[in-house]
Design a protein around this ligand. Sequence first.
Ligand SMILES: NC(=O)c1ccc[n+]([C@@H]2O[C@H](COP(=O)([O-])OP(=O)(O)OC[C@H]3O[C@@H](n4cnc5c(N)ncnc54)[C@H](O)[C@@H]3O)[C@@H](O)[C@H]2O)c1
Length: 398
Amino acid sequence: MSEDVGFINMTAAKSEGEAPEIGVGMLGYAFMGKAHSNALIKLPYMMYPPVAKPVLAAIAGRNEEAVKEAAKRYGFKKYYTDWHDLIEDDSVQVFDNGGPNDAHAEPCIAAAQAGKHVFCEKPLGRTAEESKTMLDAVEKAGVKHMVAFNYRFVPAIVLAKNLIASGKLGRIYHFRAVYLQEWIMDPNFPKVWRLDKAITGSGALGDIGAHIIDLARFLVGEPTRVMGMAKTFIDERPLADGSGDRGKVDVDDAFTSLFEFENGALGTLEASRFAAGRKNYNSFEINGEHGTIQFNLERLNELNVFWNNDEPKETQGFHNVLVSESYHPYWKNWWPQGHIIGWEHTFVHEFHHFFDAIVNGAPIAPYGATFEDGYRNSVICDAILESSRSGKISDIWY
Ligand SMILES: NC(=O)c1ccc[n+]([C@@H]2O[C@H](COP(=O)([O-])OP(=O)(O)OC[C@H]3O[C@@H](n4cnc5c(N)ncnc54)[C@H](O)[C@@H]3O)[C@@H](O)[C@H]2O)c1
């Protein structure tokens, strides 16, 4: 069908009138600041017609020279060296928090109280208790809220979710996920903020484990019990300030865990920053009654599937779907089939989803993660750490 062919329909969308402008105020201008800015700039011409035109209203950071440079680089109209000023700015309707984990709660709560819609990076808070205060604040303020679990916006993962929801996989037996990196294996790698409990909350668990915990809930459902084991391999490192002093690492370098889900499925989830050779290996396999689905972020345009009842039997086996057709999730906004997209595009989809909720009242859940999802994620992270400490299974209560 020609209407299914990206070469034909790529530029077919027509806008009907002007989309409303939404002023975005951003905290943080490093890794996530760059990824979010990039997505906000692309959004109105790629997700066309746009639900909203984001205006890069203001950006906040602590260092004037650096935040001024970031504003210039990404195209923000103003910059502030104190996030309180950003939140008081009337040109800001959406507060986008890309700061480290200890800078999530207070600014997000203040933004909600000031009536701003809140978009926050993951993990929501450093603990379930902190995340709950954030959830309560956005609910009380009645603003829209979303946690940036961006892997929910990978087209192949949305396809996996839709296959599961349609019953194609049947009953789910197993969810097996790993998120593996290697970047802190050198014992002389400094104690950056991600290794400092006061700032980060937990280590590999809250940083990358939180992503696969979110995918477990997104794809399979709620866990009822978890068992965890967390470990710090290098417990002292040079401080990041270059002083030559050394500091204790008080967060996990890795964790492994067992999950039991409400629907009876079993899960194993593991994350580590000590997996030599693994750069950003976020991979899961789901075994169901009628087949298996397998995904790996480092090949994010692909989904491997196996169906028990594939015919002919002689050629049955896993097959690889290149998720890039215009009828695949989000793909009609991008390129002709096979002209693949990358990690950064998940943020474009994610902001589009958030703005659709603000402008049109579209639901954030179940495709997007709300602060309720962020809170539940934190409960599970805490339960894994508690199980690791006690050696006992932790029940999950929200
Ligand atoms: N969704 C994802 O895939 C993903 C990937 C990486 C990081 N993250 C999350 O994004 C957040 C930021 O991580 P990052 O990798 O961008 O960190 P980063 O260290 O690269 O950037 C943090 C930014 O916040 C600024 N900052 C620090 N403390 C601040 C304060 N008190 N007030 C104002 N600004 C402050 C820093 O100057 C810097 O610009 C974290 O919560 C992290 O978990 C999410």
